[in-house]
Design a protein around this ligand. Structure first.
Ligand SMILES: [Zn+2]
Length: 276
């Protein structure tokens, strides 16, 4: 005989409770003497086990990496001027905009420019913006006068000299880190960023390489004022001068070069940020 009923396996106390509620007392007594492994339930409802559910903690927001791009020069400080009206301050501002676009098209990243227009900006203002925004990466953009890309890392600043310079402030506040020393403790990160950008740039240039050309990127350590106070991986980049082909104007060559440089710098910066 088939019963279209569910079999509930009850333990002895559950069984007693069940019988008490469903059978007359005498029958219940007899049933208690009989102790099968299971009884046929009269109800269709399945007894669900009690589950203890631990809710996950509210997710902590994932911090968005911050990149500060510093277009060099501005205002009366035009930077380098090369034939056919390539002016460094304009070129690097447009490159900064391209780099911002390239970064944000590939990843969730906050990008700030130290200047958005053709205005003069002091070294202190550039440094302040980067540190206030808690930058993870700072890149100062300049134009090189040859076909190579130069990446500058700030030299190690002599701590004794700076300590003497700021002796009064340090005495008042033991936790003070003079801005002159801020980059010292970040140099390892800056070197790492430099290596990754060099590698990315070399990969790109070797893919379009013509025979007999020398290394296209150089990593240089030098005293760089705009990097000294930056509390982040920081580089000053001199990007290669756009090279025009016979049938091109400097303007169209510059446009293409800016796109290439921006795309490859963005790749390098994002690789660095992903690998931290
Ligand atoms: Zn410059």
């Amino acid at each position: 005989m088939m019963f279209n009923k569910k079999v509930l396996v009850l333990n002895s106390s559950e069984r007693k409770k069940y019988l008490r509620h469903t059978l007359p007392a005498v029958l219940a007594f007899l049933m208690c003497l009989w102790s099968p492994a299971g009884v046929v339930a009269q109800e269709e409802e399945e007894v669900l086990p009690t589950l203890e559910i631990t809710l996950p903690a509210a997710p902590t927001p994932v911090p968005v990496p911050v990149v500060v791009i510093d277009p060099g020069h501005g205002g009366k400080n035009t930077g380098m001027s090369v034939p056919e009206h390539v002016v460094e301050k304009e070129y690097v501002l447009e490159l900064a905009r391209e780099l911002k676009k390239a970064l944000q098209s590939k990843a969730r990243v906050a990008v700030f420019l130290t200047r958005k227009r053709d205005i003069p900006v002091s070294v202190l203002e550039r440094t302040t913006l980067a540190n206030r925004k808690a930058a993870d990466v700072f890149v100062s953009l300049h134009l090189s006068d040859d076909s190579r890309m130069y990446l500058y890392i700030n030299h190690h600043v002599d701590e004794k000299n700076v300590a003497q310079l700021y002796a009064d402030e340090i005495e008042k506040n033991a936790y003070i880190v003079p801005w002159d020393l801020a980059q010292n403790e970040q140099r390892k990160k800056s070197k790492q960023l430099g290596k990754i950008i060099s590698k990315t740039w070399n990969e790109y240039t070797s893919s379009v390489k013509t025979k007999g050309q020398e290394a296209r990127v150089e990593l240089v350590t030098a005293p760089i004022a705009v990097l000294t106070g930056i509390r982040a991986a920081a580089l000053l980049l001199e990007v290669p001068l756009p090279k025009k082909k016979a049938d091109e104007t400097m303007e169209t060559a510059g446009e293409a070069a800016k796109q290439e440089v921006a795309r490859n710098l963005a790749r390098g910066i994002l690789r660095y940020l992903a690998g931290r």
